[in-house]
Design a protein around this ligand. Structure first.
Ligand code: GLN
Length: 245
């Protein structure tokens, strides 16, 4: 009987940050995509949830976090600061992470809300976010090292990257970080922040696989991908990219 290589037996530990408070516009789909594509590539996974007030889990291989209303961001504020050292240590150790919208903002230095309240962030990204006077809503397409990313944005926060902070992508259609400088998201090592909901990963399997590959290379020293039939994702990309803003 064929046996799978040893490295495929130890599960990848996927951490979902704040599934109750920070999980809107289908962001849960990013977790599902990582779990499903890992399985298709032949890797076992173990889903670990982190909730406010709980101990930060050990031995994490990949981190996913979603967006949330300003109220959701306030609910996780204290806990995020408490687990900041754990997240920084993982980020510095090349752990792949994807954080969307509300958590992306809090992976920067702070988010200043419309009522003047400042929600502190953990500063993995050299960036800050200030509430704008209008919401930036609509379909969005960006050009990134992972090809074109296609998604949907809905945020009031305007994110400004420091001069030395690389963006994840450049805007082809949409507003992105602030509607002005054509940047979208941010990258630190293998940590990706983005405003793209949709969910992002089902329609952008190339980014999902980059995250899985980074997790496998870090944990097992190699990644052995399978060929996956992406025709549904391709069709979704094609239709979404043709939608008006
Ligand atoms: N509350 C934040 C904003 O509007 C984040 C919104 C979101 O995560 N979609 O900027």
């Amino acid at each position: 009987m064929a046996t799978s290589p040893t490295h495929k037996r130890a599960p990848l530990r996927i951490l979902h940050l704040y599934p109750r408070e920070m999980n809107i516009y289908g962001d849960w789909g990013n977790v599902q995509t990582i779990l499903q594509r890992s399985a298709w590539h032949g890797y076992k996974t173990e889903l670990v949830e982190h909730h406010p007030g709980k101990k930060f889990p050990a031995d994490i291989d990949l981190v996913i976090g979603g967006g949330g209303q300003d109220s959701g961001q306030s609910l996780v504020e204290t806990d995020l600061l408490a687990i900041s050292d754990g997240l920084h240590a993982l980020a510095d150790d090349n752990t792949p992470m994807l954080v969307i919208c509300g958590l992306y903002q809090l992976f920067g230095r702070f988010f200043k809300t419309a009522d003047g309240h400042t929600i502190p962030g953990i500063g993995i990204f050299a960036a800050e976010t200030h509430a704008g006077s209008k919401r930036l809503i609509g379909n969005i397409v960006t050009d990134t090292p992972f090809g074109q990313l296609i998604g949907y944005e809905n945020h009031s926060g305007l994110t400004l990257l420091d001069d030395d902070q690389p963006a994840l992508g450049r805007i082809i259609k949409g507003a992105g970080n602030n509607g002005e400088d054509k940047t979208e998201g941010a990258i630190y090592k293998c940590v990706f922040g983005s405003y793209l909901h949709g969910s992002l990963l089902p329609k952008n399997p190339q980014l999902a696989d980059a995250l899985i590959e980074a997790a496998c290379v870090r944990k097992y020293g190699q990644f052995e991908p399978q060929i996956i039939d992406d025709h549904f994702a391709d069709r979704a990309r094609e239709i979404a990219s043709r939608r008006p803003r």
